[in-house]
Design a binder for this molecule. Structure first.
Ligand code: ATP
Ligand code: MG
Length: 224
């Protein structure tokens, strides 16, 4: 599903040039449940953003679902992202004054295919039922609890039926019990055959995953 070959990422600011990733090589098969851990500033988000086609590497090759996406431009990256990837973020990234339904439909609004849009809309209720928040469908997301917000965000990530779920500290803003519930949802997606990659600094969260990749100073230091 994913193959990285000697991926390097350098951030150039006015004063300094910072190498956030050093020749990272990595292969992840379809259907794996992977944690990426490491201390703050080690390069986890940088790596996830490259995996998610949100950012470009400075050098190295990236193969995603059999395609060499290394030199894709923004538009092509956006297309493959929409087709393949669902994102879940620490701060949920919901539009707070929108209802649950409106947030769920955000990725669908820009779809050209009307029939597909209809299908996705039907998916939505099913997804919300699975996630246990269908009773909140008309509620503004600002009024939901953290755990409920993250369920909406997961639902939104799933609406286009992605094969790959990328989550950056999905439990970072949640208490232990709610974190557990969110990890159980991600685990279920893994059981259903999705590829799930979770960035976390929390060993408890990582313990749910079948593979733990640790990065320090932009390099993989362990993988088991
Ligand atoms: N846009 C940017 N411009 C310049 N430097 C950046 C940029 N994004 C990240 N960095 C730097 O790259 C390094 C890795 O950052 P990254 O966000 O990947 O760390 P992280 O492991 O996700 O940390 P955290 O656990 O705190 O989220 C850090 O030194 C950071 O300051
Ligand atoms: Mg980060």
């Amino acid at each position: 599903m994913i193959q990285l070959e000697e991926i390097t990422k350098t951030f150039n600011t006015k004063a300094v040039s910072l190498q956030a990733l050093h020749k990272v090589s990595l292969s992840i098969k379809e259907g794996e449940f992977v944690a990426i851990t490491g201390t703050s500033g080690s390069g986890k988000t940088t790596l996830l953003n490259i995996l998610g086609c949100l950012d470009d590497q400075t050098s190295g090759k990236y193969f995603l679902a059999g395609e060499d996406v290394s030199n894709y431009n923004k538009a092509k990256k956006a297309t493959i992202r929409n087709e393949l990837i669902g994102f879940v973020l620490q701060d949920f990234a919901l539009v707070e004054h929108y209802t649950v339904k409106q947030n769920m439909m955000l990725p669908v609004m820009y779809m050209k295919d009307k029939k597909m849009r209809k299908e996705r809309q039907q998916n939505m209720e099913e997804l919300l039922t699975k996630l246990g928040i269908v009773h909140k469908i008309k509620e503004k997301t600002a009024l939901l609890s953290g755990g409920q917000k993250q369920r909406v965000a997961i639902g939104r990530a799933l609406i286009n039926e992605p094969k790959l779920i990328l989550a950056d500290e999905p439990t970072g803003a949640l208490d232990q019990k709610t974190s557990q519930e969110i990890m159980e949802i991600l685990n279920k997606l893994y059981q259903e055959g999705k590829t799930v990659i979770v960035v976390t600094h929390d060993p408890f969260v990582a313990s749910y995953c079948s593979r733990i990749i640790q990065i320090e100073d932009g390099k993989i230091v362990s993988d088991s």
